[in-house]
Design a protein around this ligand. Structure first.
Ligand code: NAD
Length: 264
């Protein structure tokens, strides 16, 4: 076989179901020859993640809730036990209190701010700490971000602030880990209907807006994000780190509404 990911083994965090972006990435990696290991958050997702891992002949490392460092240690200990070293990590985790993904950002509570930042931003750093020890031949780490980090977006609120901090973390982690040939990059995905997205108000409107106004005149799929992730996770991008790459049908270059777009 001559897959781009042949001989590479990696941990993918953030599969909730078969609509997850992390699942699109897992499928793409496997199709190119990678061996993959998944984690799940809580028993409710365990029964969804186990059959998905089996579909790809992958490992299930167990429960990982990034608010509990012991569970992060446990899954990285488990993968060390199985494989000894790893080549890549996919971080596809975010959370904000649904009640505050509505109304005004200015009304964000300190509790929700801290929790959103911990889960959606700091967890990348927590995971990089563990991954560094197992990436003994170098490696590639990616995370998922959104344009709401760069520009105001309706309803995105504290997630926009957390994603901005996440994108800054990518640059700082890239600088720290570069000496060990560990690369850290982010994919800024266009809107996709997933479990996490269902917490965002007017999501249907956001999808339509992108469809009418993005240069490609459509939204993106998890398979397209997965294929783009292959570039970062494989050696094709061996000279690239600290980057935020948009997989959004080109929406991020648009400065004004398409005058030919129908009303939504
Ligand atoms: P998803 O609901 O399928 O995945 C979100 C994952 O985060 C779930 O697997 C969930 O278990 C995990 N998670 C949440 N809190 C956690 C915690 N405390 N510990 C461990 N895991 C936790 O939704 P998705 O849209 O595939 O989200 C994946 C990533 O993509 C997120 O970072 C999201 O912000 C980002 N993203 C999504 C979109 C979109 O439109 N769907 C666009 C750009 C970026």
């Amino acid at each position: 076989a001559s897959g781009l990911m042949q001989g590479k083994r990696g941990v993918i965090l953030g599969v909730a179901n078969n609509r997850s972006i992390a699942w699109g990435i897992a499928k793409a990696c496997r199709a190119q020859g990678a061996e993959i290991a998944l984690t799940y958050q809580g028993d409710a997702l365990k029964k969804r993640v186990e059959p998905l891992a089996a579909e790809l002949g992958g490992l299930v490392l167990g429960h990982c809730d990034v608010t509990d460092g012991a569970t992060i240690d446990a899954v990285f200990d488990a993968v060390k036990e199985k494989w000894g070293k790893i080549d890549f990590v996919v971080h596809a985790i975010a959370f904000a209190d649904k009640d505050e993904l509505d109304g005004r950002y200015v009304d964000t509570s300190p509790e929700n701010f801290s929790k959103s930042m911990l889960i959606s931003c700091y967890s990348l750093t927590a995971i990089a700490q563990r991954a560094e020890k197992l990436m003994t031949d170098g490696g590639s780490i990616i995370t998922l971000t959104y344009y709401g980090a760069e520009k105001w977006m309706p309803h995105y609120n504290v997630m926009g602030v957390a994603k901005a901090a996440l994108e800054a973390s990518v640059r700082y982690l890239a600088a720290d880990l570069g000496e060990k040939n560990i690369r850290v990059n982010a994919i800024s995905a266009g809107p996709i209907k997933t479990l996490a997205a269902s917490g965002i108000g007017d999501f249907r409107y956001i999808l339509k807006w992108n469809e009418y106004n993005a240069p490609l005149r459509r939204t993106v799929t998890i398979e397209e994000v997965g294929d783009s992730a292959l570039y970062f996770l494989s050696d094709l991008s061996r000279g690239v780190t600290g980057e935020v790459h948009h997989v959004d049908s080109g929406y991020h270059v648009v400065g004004m509404k398409n005058p030919d777009a129908p009303d939504i």
